[in-house]
Design a protein. Structure first.
Length: 451
């Protein structure tokens, strides 16, 4: 395993840099394809959220891999490499595994313990599988990260340490009041119909708002979200869909505005917001969860507006108390990293063990055939008994060393045992490689990266 991750997040860079690095889906696709085309990388996956961009790859050269992945991130984000480099972080092998598992558990999130990151990791894996850029290592890694994240949420109280960005943002808008009491009977405008916007709409419905208007560039997506919101249930709310052209009129009616689109430019200017709040008697609350930002930061200066964005959420979350459960999650992460490393090292030697047993089976078949030539008078029952006896002897001789070599290979520093086994038994490297390819093709039935 030569896992490498190069990334930038809210922990390493200011929001002004993060919003420039933000990659829409089509740019992520190009980044993945270019990464796989690069010489050091044989697999690739990109984890893109509102506050991080991370490029994962299986590389055969560390320094060349870091240089190539950093260059590609700069190229596809449009931020110069010299400008981006100070904000990049690099993790390799076990440290890279530890990082992703920590991310999956919400330990590295802006709001500690938030669970939305699991859906984003799932999306990253799905894109890598769809483009065939995720091979065995990254499939195993991301699937295990999802399991580790779910384990952390089910076995600990990490959920108490933080909430989703939506909930945390609404709490900041409520300014100390209970969100349910603050939002009750208000009207809300949700701009966008993607995963974050859908989460915002569902959260608003649970808080007790009386109406939710969904504005989106694609009417069909807005209508689908509205249909879900209008379904009978405990969180009854009246919902309707509008086009983006109706934003001006809806701003004059909305008490709460939440925006999270994939736009590369501003969706709401300060002038549009000022026009929307003109003549209102109650203040308007705006929550911008987009990266890059949807709402002009200049609305901070407007009267009658309370504005929260990613940057202010980052500042608020820095002072949020950490739950005691965080330590328990860190222990889970450490244990899972060790288990993942052991499993990967053990899997590395499996093709060699299979090739050894295949060679032993060929030797048995050859010797039994030679015996039949020398003792033609043996009947069928005798030949079968001789064959079983020889096979049992070979199996018993191979059992202890193959079991032991798998145990040794699973330990740190055990990667050399596969090479030793190939040398000791003079195994054909092509045979071992063929076993690896066959095993890879049988895994999950999903297209993988290059072998």
């Amino acid at each position: 395993m030569s896992l490498l991750v190069v990334g930038v997040s809210h922990r390493s860079a200011p929001v002004s840099v993060l919003e420039r690095v933000s990659l829409p889906t089509d740019s992520q696709i190009k980044l993945l394809r270019d990464t796989l085309a690069a010489e050091p990388a044989t697999e690739a996956a990109v984890l893109a959220t509102c506050n991080r961009i991370e490029l994962y790859a299986d590389v055969d050269k560390f320094h060349a891999g870091v240089a190539e992945l950093s260059t590609l991130l700069a190229l596809h984000s449009g931020v110069g490499l010299d400008e981006l480099t100070p904000y990049l972080y690099v993790h390799y092998e076990d440290r890279a595994v530890h990082h992703l598992f920590s991310v999956a558990c919400g330990l590295d999130s802006m709001v500690v313990g938030e669970g939305q990151i699991l859906g984003q990791i799932k999306d990253a894996l799905a894109l890598g599988q769809e483009l065939h850029t995720a091979g065995r290592l990254l499939n195993d890694l991301f699937q295990q990260a999802l399991r580790v994240g779910k384990r952390a949420h089910s076995e600990t109280g990490i959920d108490r340490a933080g909430q989703s960005l939506v909930t945390f943002g609404l709490e900041q808008l409520a300014a100390g009041a209970a969100v349910e009491a603050w939002a009750k009977d208000r009207s809300a405008l949700v701009i966008g119909a993607g995963s974050m916007s859908s989460l915002a709409a569902a959260t608003l419905a649970r808080t007790g708002v009386k109406e939710i208007v969904v504005a989106n560039r694609t009417p069909a997506r807005a209508e689908r979200l509205v249909q879900i919101l209008n379904q009978p249930g405990p969180a009854r709310v009246s919902a309707r869909a509008v086009g983006m052209s109706a934003l001006g009129a809806e701003l004059t009616r909305a008490d709460i505005v939440v925006s999270c689109t994939g736009s590369t430019g501003l969706v709401l200017s300060a002038d549009a917001v000022e026009a929307g709040v003109h003549g209102r008697t109650a203040p308007q609350a705006l929550l911008d969860l987009a990266m890059p930002r949807d709402i002009d930061a200049a609305v901070h200066r407007l009267g009658g507006v309370r504005f929260v964005d990613i940057e202010s959420l980052a500042e608020a979350s820095a002072d949020a108390p950490m739950a005691a459960d965080v330590d328990q999650v860190r222990t889970i992460v450490s244990d899972e990293v060790a288990a993942f490393g052991a499993a990967q090292r053990a899997a590395h030697i499996t093709p060699t063990v299979v090739a050894l047993r295949a060679m032993a089976a060929e030797v048995v078949s050859s010797e039994v055939a030679r015996l039949e030539g020398r003792l033609p008078d043996l009947d069928e029952k005798q030949r079968a008994e001789v064959t079983r006896t020889v096979r049992r002897v070979v199996d018993k001789l191979l059992h202890a060393p193959t079991v032991r070599v798998k145990q040794l290979a699973s330990e740190p520093g055990g990667a050399g045992y596969a090479d030793a086994l190939r040398e000791l038994f003079d195994l054909d490297p092509q045979t071992v490689a063929a076993v690896s390819r066959a095993d890879l093709n049988d895994t999950d039935g999903v297209g993988r990266g290059r072998v």
